[in-house]
Ligand binder design. Structure first.
Ligand code: GCU
Length: 424
């Protein structure tokens, strides 16, 4: 190779590496939001105008879904069902006698690799079938309630290795109780099914562990460009839990409300788009890559999320860093993929990183499709004031406060579910 050619190759590599790292400053003021045009929800790639639910379902929905799968979250490369359910606990008088508690492991395996998903289930006592909230938790079932019988990753305390015991002692039982008003759910007639999202795929930039590894072809060590990142893997996990719930007599699997906060809100939306068995989908403060419009670039933008969490999305998605207008979709279309099922987007006033206005505008831009189905969709032109929820088939509220899940949020979710499931 000539010296000149070598020099230009080095220069090119340098330019590419540097330009990949250049990210524009964070937009914090509405006035700095660039002007943008959203891709058309109701005009197909071939230019067909969608003016009925049947046309949406036949032409437009599949192309939008496939685009999100291949260019945003990543395709699940194969199928795999759980091969065994281990029942670890079946308590008839939990939470001071109000609830049934069940803890089970869903077991997956392929060749020499395996994954275990440890579920914690509370159901109201004395009901033949209960609607349930299904939601991932961060870092352990034992954090959602101080109930001393909640297992730690499917194990009792004395069965833990020293390292796991240390981690458990640091995190403590019930540490996240404020985000999980289980008694309120039970008193309102709902159950809760929850699991630590790390069971499905540990949340780190490492594709050698978790569910991905069970799907590799010989020699493969990381997902292909259009294959699943972690969000897609977590979404897949929700569908597997749905498979299990369909076999549980006491769970009304036609009334499952999928709920997720933050990265798990992104996950809930993507899971709800893929699997129409979920009756209601709730995104709590999901922000970038969730309910917020990417083209606004307000707060967290694609280059931030793909740099800080390179494993969350398909590798193809990184192409859109600082290049959002090249996307053929935006996040209003993800919300639209729930239609005609009820969907709820919740923002918080002090959560600029997740772009509350961008989340609201996405619900608004998804609304024409809900109207096509004859459903009540967002009517407000502008972001509503704090704590004034709207509950059509699309629900929205801007809660006063920080990035979090609070009682206020849950009160809205329970009311919304009651309304749409015709309960209470
Ligand atoms: C970070 C990340 C967000 C994400 C959030 C969370 O703030 O930038 O995209 O939603 O973590 O999951 O808590």
């Amino acid at each position: 190779m000539s010296q000149k050619l070598l020099f230009s190759l080095i220069a090119l590599t340098l330019i590419c590496t540097l330009s990949a790292q250049i990210t524009t400053p964070t937009i914090k003021e509405e006035a700095d939001v660039p002007s943008y045009q959203l891709p058309q929800l109701l005009i197909s790639d071939k230019g067909i105008e969608i003016d009925s639910p049947a046309e949406w379902e036949r032409f437009r929905r599949p192309e939008i879904l496939s685009y999100f799968a291949n260019h945003v979250y990543g395709v699940v490369p194969d199928q795999l069902d759980f091969y065994k359910v281990e029942v670890l606990d079946d308590e008839l008088a939990a939470l001071e006698g109000k609830a049934l508690r069940k803890q089970v492991n869903l077991m997956f395996k392929k060749e020499k690799k395996s994954v275990k998903m440890s579920l914690l289930i509370y159901l109201p006592k004395g009901k033949t079938k209960s609607p349930v909230f299904l939601a991932y938790n961060f870092n352990g079932n034992y954090r959602v309630n101080a109930d001393p019988d909640i297992l730690i990753n499917g194990k009792k305390e004395f069965e833990l290795s020293d390292e796991k015991l240390k981690k458990f002692n640091k995190n403590k039982r019930g540490r996240n109780t404020s985000r999980w008003p289980i008694e309120k759910m039970i008193d309102s007639g709902y159950g809760l099914v929850t699991i630590d999202y790390n069971n499905v795929d540990p949340d780190k930039n490492d594709f050698s562990d978790g569910i991905h590894a069970l799907f590799y072809k010989p020699g493969q060590t990381t997902p292909a460009q259009n294959e699943w990142g972690s969000i897609s893997a977590w979404a897949w996990g929700m569908s597997k839990i749905m498979d299990f719930m369909e076999t549980e007599e006491l769970i009304d699997h036609k009334k499952v409300i999928l709920m997720g906060h933050s990265r798990l809100g992104k996950t809930a939306l993507w899971a709800g788009a893929n699997d129409q068995r979920f009756g209601i989908v709730i995104s709590n403060n999901s922000g970038c890559g969730g309910a917020a419009l990417s083209r606004r670039r307000f707060g967290e933008k694609l280059s931030d999320i793909n740099t800080n969490y390179p494993h969350w999305f398909a590798k193809n998605f990184h192409y859109f860093n600082e290049n959002e207008s090249a996307l053929k979709v935006d996040q209003h279309m993800l919300i639209a993929l729930m239609a005609p099922r009820p969907v709820y987007v919740a923002s918080a006033s002090n959560d600029a990183w997740a772009d509350p206005r961008g989340e609201f505008l996405a619900t608004k831009a998804a609304s024409p499709l809900y109207r096509l189905y004859g459903k009540k969709a967002i009517e407000n032109e502008q972001l509503p004031p704090v704590n004034t929820p709207f509950h059509g088939s699309i629900g929205y509220h801007l809660r006063n406060g920080k990035h979090d899940v609070t009682d206020y949020d849950w009160d809205q979710y329970i009311k919304f579910a009651n309304k749409h499931f015709g309960l209470n």
